[in-house]
Design a binder for this molecule. Structure first.
Ligand SMILES: [Zn+2]
Ligand SMILES: [Zn+2]
Length: 339
């Protein structure tokens, strides 16, 4: 079968590899029908993230179930499903607490599409993918939802939800500051769209990229260009920049006893924080990989309500066959679909 490989920065190619087989009684084999770029992918492709090829790329996808093992009851052959990007069993203590990105049944960091660091699970841009723990990993896609709105709910969109959703549940109209820009920059834009959908009265969006600022405005955000030292203050802030200037802008714009969530990956071994100011103001700072599987239902609820759409965030759409070129050229969010 054909599988998309990241070879080295700027070079992706199709490779012929053996088809995956059912290995356990809870496995499924799925055929991806749509795949989206993750903000991390662009950093890998540009050589800005420390991932060495070759390895199969991609972990945001929607697929058709083509084969199931005897213990799989949650989905049937022919179902269209969202596949969580990280591998999770659904039964261990961590999974039951919603920490599905840190499942105790598999090695640390197990996920599709990031090479040796994530394990040998393959990548999303493949003819077939093996899904372990299919009862937990696969979420049937409601038939009325479009691929453009759901292909990233198993990763980037869920990541954005967790930066604003829990706090807007408690204070629905609270103003928010989002600093975007990391990788493709989609997470910050998702956060704008989700915050507006959940009721935030004011969503200010900081970025250095004029196109993303325009998209943020079209999603109901108020664009602010550049890297201000601080703004606001705001009770809820988001750093989706992966840039120290953006990180400091978000933290210093957080009001006393507010919450700042950072989704960016800082690859340097040390990144300074304004801890004295954070201490004085009593700021809660959160960072970490997303536990996306547990948040997929929240995102599907939002898409189903009609208040959220990814259509303006998807910057490029391409046919499946064109994946090697399309992944090297996309800007914010690429959607690949099989014709
Ligand atoms: Zn990702
Ligand atoms: Zn688990």
């Amino acid at each position: 079968m054909r599988q998309l490989f990241f070879i080295r920065p700027g070079v992706l190619e199709w490779r012929d590899v053996p088809e995956p087989k059912l290995e356990g009684s809870g496995d499924a084999i799925v055929r991806p029908v749509a795949a989206a770029s993750c903000d991390l992918d662009i950093a890998i492709i540009r050589g800005e993230a420390p991932f060495l090829g070759p390895f199969p790329l991609g972990h945001d996808f929607v697929a058709e179930v083509v084969e199931i093992a005897p213990d799989v009851t949650a989905v049937q052959k022919g179902d269209i499903v969202i596949v969580a990007g990280s591998i999770s069993c659904g039964k261990c203590g961590r999974c039951r607490r919603g920490l599905t990105g840190d499942c105790a049944a598999v090695p640390f960091l197990s996920m599709y599409g990031i090479g040796a660091l994530g394990g040998d699970w393959g990548g999303a841009v493949s003819d077939l993918v093996r899904v372990p723990y299919a009862n937990a990993m696969l979420v049937p896609l409601p038939s009325n939802l479009g691929l453009i709105d759901v292909t990233s709910v198993g990763d980037n969109a869920a990541d954005a939800w967790h930066t604003v959703g829990p706090y807007l549940d408690a204070a629905p109209e609270a103003p928010i500051l989002i600093v975007g820009g990391a990788g493709g920059g989609s997470i910050g834009l998702y956060a704008v769209a989700i915050a507006r959908a959940l009721g935030s009265a004011q969503v200010d969006y900081v970025d250095y990229d004029s196109k993303r600022l325009e998209v943020a405005q079209s999603l109901g955000g108020s664009p602010i260009e550049g890297w201000p030292a601080s703004l606001g203050p705001y009770p809820i802030t988001v750093d989706a920049s992966a840039d120290k200037r953006g990180l400091w802008c978000a933290i210093r714009s957080t009001e006393g006893n507010g919450v700042c969530t950072s989704t960016g990956i800082y690859y340097a071994p040390e990144t300074p924080l304004p801890l004295q100011e954070m201490y004085m103001k009593g700021i809660t700072f959160k960072t970490g990989r997303i536990h996306a599987r547990s948040l997929i239902p929240k995102m599907l609820e939002l898409v189903s309500s009609g208040s959220f759409s990814s259509a303006k965030i998807v910057s490029e759409q391409s046919d499946w066959d064109d994946a090697p070129r399309a992944f090297c050229e996309y800007t914010t969010k690429l959607l690949l679909t099989r014709s």
